[in-house]
Design a protein around this ligand. Structure first.
Ligand SMILES: *Cc1c(COP(=O)(O)O)cnc(C)c1O
Length: 382
């Protein structure tokens, strides 16, 4: 039986795309020390570390509430339910994202309405969002792609009446200057959602997710939805899910959260190093960070017209790389029923053909950075 494979994130290649073993070597003692009390207490479901992590993430995101759940996909699913998106509703979103952004829209019975991206930031275009809103639209799901926030405030300004679910799975701790003030990922949305998938900037030892909101009623609904729609055990006000964050994951994530700021700074430093080293490569476009944003560089994603040739070139030199994402969601087979055709989101389609993500993880050594630089430059004959 064919099973989908995840890229080997800790292989022995000279420069892997991500090296979780290098990270682990440094944080091992702190993480194991945080895990052992959970093992000793046997409080595996919704134990104290879950509440503590929720408080920590709410503080980081400057939100009143944070609600842990099983993964970043469920965080979107529960958020859609919490703002009453259901059968035959429409939800406006971007096609240039990980599948879960639109898969969850389908799974609550709604229809995804895809609108194109800004080719520089890869994030959704607010003017196209506004133009796509119809009387059936129930929510907007912008994605903070690759570590920088989408222009949430502009979407809210153009469409003030609709809830915004900010898919910040790749951008926990990123921020954006809005009206002169720094705002955190998740802070200004109706609901912000995070993923703790191991390869995200803050990754657990398995799956995990979280939702943040400023709205008490929505928070209450999210708490309820993650435990089968019940507040009082065995009494169900609505049909929810089993989507809890494991106590062990919360303990791991709390220990790792202490390093997040430092890791994000190192990622920015690595990104700046590449961008300077690639400055003279005319056929390569380095990542553009909106001047209002501070990115956490979940990915360092370049654009190259001869992308597949560069991929081959890097593969033969043992340089990790990946294409996020090779096929925009409006062209996925499973969404054929929505009726989209090639050409309807041209910038997303062009991005899918041209993007390539390079290793940018915090533990990269100078020698590894230089190896990536040399390999990329040699492709262009430099
Ligand atoms: C990773 C990711 C998700 C899903 O998170 P999981 O924890 O893997 O379920 C959703 N949206 C985006 C943009 C992601 O990158």
């Amino acid at each position: 039986m064919a099973r989908p494979a995840f890229p080997d994130l800790a292989s022995g290649m000279p420069v892997p795309l991500l090296d979780l073993r290098a990270q682990h070597a440094r944080i091992r003692d702190a993480v194991l020390a945080a895990m052992m009390p959970v093992v000793d207490d046997q409080t595996f479901i919704l134990g104290e570390p879950v509440r503590a992590l929720e408080a920590d993430v709410a503080a980081l995101s400057r939100t009143k509430f944070a609600i842990g759940c099983a993964n970043g996909t469920d965080a979107l699913l529960l958020a859609l339910r919490a703002v009453d998106v259901g059968r035959d509703d429409e939800v406006v979103t971007t096609p240039f994202t990980f599948f879960a952004t639109a898969g969850t829209i389908h799974n609550v019975g709604a229809r995804a309405r895809f609108v194109d991206i800004d080719p520089k930031t890869f994030n959704i275009r607010p003017d196209l969002v506004a133009a796509a809103v119809s009387p059936r639209t129930k929510a907007i799901v912008p994605v903070d792609l690759f570590g920088q926030l989408a222009p949430i405030e502009e979407i809210r300004r153009l469409v003030p009446s609709l809830p915004i679910i900010e898919d910040a799975a790749q951008s926990i701790g990123a921020r954006r200057k809005i009206a002169g003030e720094w705002r955190m990922a998740g802070e200004v949305a109706t609901v912000g959602t995070f993923s703790f998938f191991p390869s995200k900037n803050l990754g657990g030892y398995g799956d995990g997710g979280m939702m943040v909101t400023q709205d008490a009623a929505i928070a209450e609904r999210l708490f309820k939805l993650r435990t089968h729609g019940s507040v009082k055990t065995y009494f169900h006000e609505e049909v929810g899910y089993n989507s809890r964050l494991d106590t062990l994951q919360a303990a791991v994530l709390r220990a790792k959260l202490a390093f997040l700021g430092e890791w994000s700074a190192k990622r920015r430093e690595n990104a700046a190093y590449y961008t300077a080293a690639f400055a003279d490569l005319g056929d390569l476009t380095t990542p553009f960070v909106d001047p209002a944003n501070e990115s956490i560089f979940n990915q360092y994603t370049v654009r190259v017209p001869r992308r597949d040739a560069l991929k081959e070139h890097l593969a033969t030199r043992g340089i990790g790389h990946s294409v996020y994402y090779p096929l925009p969601l409006h062209l996925q087979q499973c969404f054929a029923y929505l009726g989209y055709k090639r050409g309807e989101c041209p910038e997303s389609e062009r991005a899918a053909d041209e993007v390539l993500s390079l290793p940018v993880y915090p533990e990269l050594t100078r020698a590894q950075l230089d190896e990536v630089v040399a390999a990329v430059r040699s492709f262009f004959g430099r």
